[in-house]
Design a binder for this molecule. Structure first.
Ligand SMILES: Cc1ncc(COP(=O)(O)O)c(C=O)c1O
Length: 382
């Protein structure tokens, strides 16, 4: 039998072309604030069918600047699901506001709509709904609710580039959405993020904020006489995305269709395999949504032990796996004995993620499933 190469849990879909563009930009010596950044921003705004896109150094810095631009801080509350990567909560804390955690639906992994309304108070300034693992949340309902209460919506689309909701791309539905281009995301620049928005004023502010509040961009300064001096109208930060990253992002964007297609094939295979099991729940999506297959998560419904035993068993067989999405309210900075968010806790303690990335071959996926099938922690119906 031919030897199957080592299986990776996730890996960037890179080839020589990302290397070539990075080399070209490096050799041009114009590595930051140049034309590649603008081109990548235009790609995102066109793809997401929204007016403005602002490249930033990560989702986290982008979200931090958005909260700052919206003047959200001490004495304000921001509603978000506990079942998310901790960055979603950390940015709220970092601006001095209070994260208010809401539970999620077990099947979709997304914020529970009814629970949002219960947690709105006079202090609520924003909701950060997450399209968890690329699965679109019920954003239209959330936007309507937020409008009724005069609350901002900052959609955490970190994982959701290429997902669709109601036939339109994620990123097109809300006033503000933020994508991540971290290594585990659909397209990656190593680190990186893009804020997309329909608000001209916010876009302008974010461009200032990411660049130490400076009135002129690097490109503008380059083409102006040296006596046109920049000014600094507001306090800013350094959250720039480099042109080297933007160039890599452009090459990645060209592969988006291919990336999404391969991820769909892998998802279909996993879903088929797990459909007749008696102790495993697979992630579901709404009728009107098309997830991008950023991750594949299952939940062991009968016992916490099944997840741990399965992960140890896979590890011994050289198959990588990860826990399900964490629950922020169980971690030290957010531990609060008064809250119980049952589904978030089930996902964190009984959820498990399996390898998925465009370079995962059919043979590798079959091997993963073959090994799972032999495990005593996997139970088929009859
Ligand atoms: C849902 C979610 N939000 C935010 C982030 C943070 O993104 P970044 O690493 O680009 O700051 C991640 C990253 O994993 C994420 O999964």
């Amino acid at each position: 039998m031919p030897k199957i190469p080592k299986i990776h849990f996730s890996q960037p879909f890179y080839d020589i072309n990302e290397g070539k563009i990075a080399q070209e930009i490096i050799l041009s010596r114009w590595v930051c604030g140049g034309s590649f950044l603008k081109e990548l921003e235009d790609k995102f705004s066109n793809y997401c069918k929204i007016e403005y896109a602002i490249g930033v150094s990560s989702w986290t810095t982008g979200a931090f600047l958005v909260l700052k631009a919206l003047n959200i801080g001490p004495n304000d509350e921001v509603i978000l699901p506990s079942s998310t990567f901790i960055a979603t909560a950390n940015v709220v804390s970092l601006v001095g506001a209070t994260p208010v955690f809401v539970d999620v639906d077990l099947e979709t992994g997304n914020i529970n709509f009814e629970d949002i309304e219960k947690k709105i108070t006079s202090k609520t300034k924003a909701i950060i709904p997450v399209d968890q693992l690329g699965n679109p949340c019920e954003i239209n309902k959330i936007n309507i609710l937020a409008k009724k209460h005069n609350i901002e919506v900052i959609q955490d689309t970190a994982c959701a580039l290429g997902s669709f909701f109601n036939g339109e791309p994620v990123g097109s539905h809300s006033k503000i959405s933020i994508f991540s281009m971290h290594a585990r995301k659909i397209i990656t620049t190593g680190e990186g993020g893009i804020v997309v928005t329909s608000c001209k004023h916010l876009a302008k502010n974010l461009k200032l904020l990411r660049h130490q509040g400076m009135s002129l961009t690097d490109n503008q300064r380059k083409s102006m006489p040296p006596t046109v001096y920049e000014t600094y109208p507001i306090v800013g930060f350094n959250a720039r995305l480099t042109d080297i990253q933007a160039g890599i992002g452009l090459v990645q964007f060209k592969k988006l269709k291919k990336i999404l297609k391969r991820r769909q094939e892998i998802i279909k295979e996993y879903d088929n395999f797990f459909k007749n099991t008696s102790n495993i729940l697979v992630m579901k999506h709404g009728k009107n949504s098309q997830p991008n297959g950023q991750s594949y998560q299952i939940i062991f419904t009968k016992s916490k032990n099944d997840r741990i035993e399965m992960q140890n068993y896979l590890y011994k067989n050289n198959i990588p796996s990860k826990r399900g999405v964490m629950a922020c309210h169980l971690e030290a900075p957010y531990k609060n004995t008064n809250i119980k968010l049952l589904n978030s806790e089930i996902i964190a303690t009984q959820g498990m993620q399996l390898p998925i990335h465009p370079d995962l071959t059919n043979e590798q996926q079959s091997l993963v499933l073959e090994i799972i099938k032999k495990s005593p922690f996997f139970k088929r119906n009859n």
